[in-house]
Write a protein that binds this ligand. Structure first.
Ligand SMILES: [Zn+2]
Length: 413
């Protein structure tokens, strides 16, 4: 972590400032705090692998004791997984600088969504959320300001926030291993903070211009507190905005339901900014059509009631409520790859691609990706070579727009 990040951190329990406890083990590398102990009025919290761990679950207590004893490997292992075999395997693979995100994620198996992360960059909720983030976050942060990705996991949308957030975005999650993967692979340069979304958030009032919670809000039990906290994080910013994407609808069954509210229940959580709720399928329609993303629309209660999921936008800057062109900025550069949802058949000149879902569950949940991923297609040799060499020809750009080709973080799989 960068020492200046301490300016925005607060203890989730006493609200006090956090400071590096100088008489305890502190390891600094290139000006960043790699390991150490942070103290407030009430608690001591460890920094492990550059990540402040600002909760008091048993793994965090074990990690703090290990850092105090100068045993950083033991602290890291305790936080990676409660399964010692998995934690050892993760550490072993992580020690190889050439290891891929996929190899590391696979050591944790089901704990890391059983492989769905591999397809995250083309799933419909990500495709919709990234367009909303660029539109609303881009408007909120036009004059500068920081973004936060709450329950951000391994940082897929944090990567999008890197395009618009200055200083670099924060990604917050309870799961330490995901945050470590976010910082090392998916969103390099982001600031990861390990904390509990069911507790007060460990940040000072008004530290951010844009607060996001994507695909996770229905798993938060303390929803009222979470929204109150998101409003607090962007307090005082006349352009501040809060976005919650893919909030499941209590009235419509979905594959990974969580504890959702009805649309009117989500609306009632907001106390300081009037939110607008959008039918998520209509936002996806806009993206599939190539834009614009029309946030001037007002979806009525009947349209929202039949949606599997809604997107909630609370923005103080009225400029958010317009039709936004898609992708006005160049994305963070990565490596071009053919979408792994396709089975490939090498041809004499090119490759035949056939859509092959990893499981029936995946197809149930994300089958809407058929809206932009054709069942079958053939790429000629020149196009395959352009993708392999990372050359963005007009044809490659069109394949990127349709998510047939993906722009992935380096060493992703
Ligand atoms: Zn405290």
């Amino acid at each position: 972590m960068r020492p200046e990040t301490l300016e925005i951190l607060r203890c989730p329990y006493c609200g006090g400032r956090l400071e590096l406890v100088e008489d305890m083990a502190n390891v600094l590398e290139a000006g960043a705090i790699l390991e150490g102990i942070l103290g407030c009025h009430c608690c001591l919290f460890p920094v492990v692998g550059g990540i402040p761990v600002l909760h008091l679950q048993p793994s965090a207590v074990t990690a703090r004791e290990a850092i105090e004893a100068g045993e950083s490997d033991r602290a890291f292992r305790a936080l990676v997984s409660s399964d010692e075999g998995k934690a050892d395997r993760f550490m072993e693979v992580a020690s190889n600088r050439d290891a891929t995100f996929r190899e590391l994620a696979e050591t944790l198996g089901e704990e890391l969504e059983g492989g769905y992360f591999l397809y995250r960059f083309s799933d419909p909720s990500f495709v919709t959320a990234s367009a909303v983030v660029r539109a609303v976050g881009g408007t909120a942060l036009r004059g500068g300001g920081r973004a936060i990705d709450l329950c951000g996991g391994s940082g897929h949308l944090t990567r999008v926030l890197l395009e618009i957030s200055e200083p670099a975005p924060v990604v917050a999650d309870l799961y330490f291993a995901k945050l470590w993967l976010a910082a090392r692979y998916v969103a390099p340069g982001c600031e990861p903070i390990c904390c509990d979304g069911n507790a007060p958030l460990p940040f000072a009032r008004g530290s951010f211009g844009f607060a996001l919670c994507a695909d996770a809000f229905m798993y938060i039990w303390t929803k009222r507190q979470m929204v109150g906290e998101m409003e607090r994080l962007v307090a005082g910013d006349p352009s501040g905005a809060v976005v919650i994407t893919h909030a499941h609808n209590q009235h419509v069954w979905s594959a990974s339901h969580g504890n959702p509210l009805p649309p009117e229940g989500y609306r009632a959580l907001f106390e300081s900014v009037e939110p607008r709720l959008f039918a998520e399928s209509k936002l996806l329609d806009d993206v599939v059509a190539g834009g614009p993303l029309d946030l001037s629309r007002r979806d009525d209660a009947a349209a929202l009631a039949e949606q599997e999921a809604v997107t909630i936008v609370a923005a103080r800057n009225a400029d958010a409520w317009r039709a936004h062109p898609l992708a006005t900025r160049e994305p963070i550069p990565g490596e071009l790859r053919l979408n792994p949802l396709y089975a490939l058949e090498e041809l004499e000149m090119g490759v035949r691609m056939r859509l092959a879902f990893p499981s029936e569950d995946y197809e149930d949940e994300y089958g809407a990706c058929r809206r932009y991923l054709p069942e079958e297609l053939t790429l000629d040799g020149d196009t395959v070579a352009a993708v392999r060499d990372g050359v963005r020809t007009p044809q490659v750009r069109e394949l990127l727009r349709k998510r047939i080709v993906l722009d992935l973080p380096e060493r992703y799989y």
